[in-house]
Ligand binder design. Structure first.
Ligand code: AAT
Length: 289
């Protein structure tokens, strides 16, 4: 057994993937924060390789080492597909990573973060670097179940991004229903775009398929895309893009994406097109519209 593995000498975090037969473990070199909120258990700790790790109910949400991979792909694909996103809603994402990416877009005048658990935002503000944009004047915070919040809006947002916990964890299930996608459709303006994090094709493909089917029953254009997030189950993550009329590959703002990609670590204008090219086992199951 390697020195690092000696039981009793170190503290370990075990993240069980859906199904419970496979997972990921990380050494805790420094425990930063633990708290049980009304909704979930928050843990924040340091790992020598991954940096600061943020987990909810024992499931990894972000690590310093790879959060950019997830947040850049979740935010910039819809943001550069829209001709001029001004008003944006993020549901979930209380760590602030998606908000940070959205606010990189100079045309954005208003970015609302609707997070069910205020304690996540508070913990992020205190302990996570992803919260760096919380004080941006364009950022607004709503502490509410996103499924209730979106219902109150009609024709309001250009882009809605769902940065939720898994459908099987905590309060995430509310954000994977057909009714919720319909509310998002109604809350979006004419050129509106919805993007959701849509699980993985190895351990939880059932949920990707359900999500794709439900969104397809509401939006005319629906396309899944892929990216890597090494600390999420399988490391190979799926997202779903949905819109009222915009095709993300034909219509996206190539030159603007190219300009911004110089500041980014993952997303770029070529990847924007390439991420929609899917392997057969996924493509065959998710027939795009
Ligand atoms: N940015 C990457 C981290 C997340 S956090 C997901 C957030 O969604 C959590 O803070 C959680 O409190 C919030 N949330 C869960 N349900 C709701 C809801 N119904 N309304 C509003 N916010 C909600 C995503 C990680 C993805 C994990 C992949 N395995």
């Amino acid at each position: 057994m390697p020195e690092k593995m000696i039981p009793g000498k170190h503290l370990w975090f075990f993240d069980y993937f859906p199904g419970g037969d496979v997972g990921l473990f990380m050494r805790i070199s420094n425990m930063v924060h633990s708290q049980q909120t009304r909704y979930q258990r928050i843990d924040i700790f340091d790992n020598p390789t991954l940096g600061r790790v943020f987990a909810l109910d024992g499931i990894t949400m972000t690590t310093d080492a790879d959060e950019f991979m997830y947040h850049e792909m979740l935010a910039h694909v819809p943001m550069f597909s829209h001709p001029n996103p001004v008003s944006v809603l993020i549901v979930g994402g209380g760590d602030g990573g998606t908000l940070r990416e959205v606010l990189r877009h100079p045309g954005v005048k208003r970015a609302v973060l609707c997070e069910i658990d205020e304690q996540v935002v508070e913990a992020a503000r205190q302990y996570l670097k992803t919260s760096e944009s919380f004080d941006d004047k364009r950022a607004e915070f709503a502490y509410e179940n996103g499924a209730d919040y979106v219902k109150r809006f009609k024709n309001e947002f250009d882009v809605i991004i769902i940065d939720s916990t898994d459908p099987t964890a905590g309060e995430g299930g509310h954000l994977f229903t057909q009714e919720f996608y319909k509310s998002c459709f109604d809350a979006l303006r004419e050129d509106g775009i919805l993007t959701v994090q849509a699980e993985n094709a190895l351990y939880d493909f059932g949920w990707t398929k359900i999500t794709h089917r439900r969104i397809s029953s509401v939006f005319p254009i629906v396309k899944a895309y892929q990216g890597f997030v090494p600390t999420y189950p399988s490391g190979y993550w799926l997202y779903i893009f949905a819109s009222k009329n915009i095709d993300p590959v034909e219509n996206f703002r190539y030159d603007d994406a190219k300009n911004m990609s110089q500041k980014l670590k993952y997303y770029n204008e070529e990847l924007h097109k390439a991420c929609f090219v899917l392997p057969n086992f996924i493509k065959n199951e998710l027939k795009g519209k």
